[in-house]
Design a protein around this ligand. Structure first.
Ligand code: BES
Ligand code: MN
Ligand code: MN
Length: 476
């Protein structure tokens, strides 16, 4: 099967230093989507991708998305749309990835400069975006290049959609995908997203489900400006005091959500599902390793996987406007904005969940009898996604995984979110597959994010092999 693969694989190995250089160039661009002052870098990163794609012979369009809704004078970064090949006799695969990254500063505790790809003796390649999601995005470009240099015919037509706002909730992209489902993406036969990770460090997986994410702000204000706590302490009602109580009422120590109307929406566990978890390669030890501690809610694998994949969770992320620097500033913050999010699962409804949150937060605040004012609203929302892995798209990815890694992959769901996954499924009407490159210890969003050289190079082989098996796989 797929006889041309050996030549392709050898070429990937030959080009591996060049591919690492390409990743280094990408990591050097601090394309932080949440930071308005970094927007030119996000745009520069999109332009870098477009230029690389053009060099490889793809046709490329930069699609503007208009202004950022919460910052009306800031342009959203463009979406990079590209096509490589248009042979009517080949299948067409649509791939999506994101070129923006989470913020990072050396002072957060990084051991190396976050925006300098630093390759260790052991093959760990440190840098913000290395695994999330620049390595995988470049994986598609590298696969094209290795085919060309090996003289191996590219087995499919490739449509590409790379965005620069994923880490901020994929602002504006839903509308583009909905519009292009029957336009730019019309001849896609299936969709593949490489923006997830193995469950551990040794066993590859294919992913067929993600949780959704509703992200909330709760704003409490009173005084007209920050105050001296010696002068005003005890005489002014303090927004921070109210906020801490409101945030403290949302979830308990073991992660149980206290907002009524959430668990009622969760689909019951089926008997088929009960048997699913035991076979998955996942241990509490690797979890402790990725967590960097043993402070888990559960002691066993099944409860842990269920809590991550199929139950909702609520996390409190931070407080804007609060004093957070080192030292001991005696201030009463005038206005504070608490941030929290709920990861949603089948069959939760976005609007129903919003209503449950708004009414609970308002009720908790009302009980405080505070003279301060409260606002609670969603910053962004995105629905959960669960697909059928019984499809040629997954079969092809399974065969490619076996060819490259020598084992059959686990079929997994994930706790994280990629807001547009469901949008792609609905707009194209095609099967969507998540095909990971990195592993569980990569530390996406964390300090010292890395991608192992092995996962990058074998991952490039995997993406290419997947396209070859896609070309061979019979229709369902
Ligand atoms: N690559 C992640 C999504 C992911 C995380 C997949 C964990 C599988 C496992 C993506 O870049 C991400 O971080 N998404 C955000 C989306 C949010 C801003 C709506 C997330 O999950 O927090
Ligand atoms: Mn990602
Ligand atoms: Mn991410």
């Amino acid at each position: 099967m797929a006889p041309q693969l050996d030549g392709y694989f050898a070429e990937v190995d030959k080009l591996s230093n060049h591919f690492i250089d390409r990743l280094a160039k990408a990591v050097a661009i601090p394309s932080i989507s949440s930071d308005a002052s970094r927007r030119p870098d996000v745009v520069r990163m999109g332009e870098f991708l477009a230029a690389e794609l053009k060099n490889l012979g793809a046709s490329v369009e930069m699609r503007p998305l208009g202004k950022q809704p919460d910052k009306p004078d800031l342009d959203l970064p463009p979406v990079v749309l590209a096509r490589y090949g248009s042979d009517k006799n080949k299948r067409t695969i649509l791939v999506y990835g994101h070129y923006d990254v989470q913020p990072a500063e050396k002072s957060d505790g990084w051991s190396t400069e976050p925006f300098t790809l630093t390759v260790g003796e052991d093959g760990r390649m440190f840098g913000r975006g290395s695994t999330d999601d620049k390595g995988p995005v470049l994986g598609w470009l590298n696969a094209i290049e290795a085919h060309q240099k090996a003289g191996v015919d590219f087995p499919v037509n490739l449509l590409m959609c790379f965005e620069g706002m994923e880490e901020y909730g994929s602002e504006g992209l839903d509308e583009l995908i909905e519009k292009e489902g029957k336009g730019y993406f019309a001849d896609a036969d299936a969709v593949c997203i490489s923006d997830n990770y193995w469950l551990g460090t040794e066993k590859p997986c294919l992913t067929y489900g993600l949780r959704g994410c509703n992200y909330y702000s709760v704003e409490i204000s009173g005084p007209g400006a920050d105050l001296h706590s010696g002068v005003f302490g005890g005489t002014a009602q303090e927004p921070m005091t109210d906020l801490v109580r409101v945030l403290g009422s949302l979830v308990d120590t073991n992660g149980k959500i206290q907002v009524p109307g959430i668990y009622e929406q969760v689909a019951p566990v089926t008997s088929d599902e009960e048997g699913l978890y035991d076979g998955i390669a996942f241990t509490m030890e690797t979890l402790h390793e990725s967590l960097g501690s043993k402070t888990t809610v559960f002691e066993d694998k099944k409860s842990t996987l269920m809590a991550r994949w199929r139950y909702p969770s609520l996390s409190v992320h931070g407080v804007e406007g609060a004093f957070s620097a080192p030292g001991a500033k005696t201030v009463i913050p005038a206005k504070v904005i608490g941030k929290f999010s709920i990861r949603t699962v089948p069959d939760m409804d976005i609007d129903k969940t919003n209503e449950a949150v708004y009414s609970y937060v308002k009720q908790v605040f009302a009980k405080l009898n505070s003279k301060n004012s409260l606002k609670v609203y969603a910053q962004h929302t995105g629905k959960w996604w669960v697909a059928s892995p019984n499809h040629w798209n997954f079969r092809a990815a399974g065969k490619a995984t076996e060819r490259v890694w020598g084992v059959k992959p686990d079929f997994t769901r994930e706790g994280g979110s990629i807001p547009v996954t469901l949008t792609f499924e609905q707009a194209t009407g095609k099967n969507v597959l998540l095909l990971p490159m990195g592993s569980s210890t990569d530390g996406a969003h964390s300090i010292n994010e890395k991608l192992d050289k092995r996962n990058y190079i074998e991952g490039i082989k995997l993406l290419g092999a997947y396209l070859h098996y896609v070309a061979e796989e019979p229709q369902n």
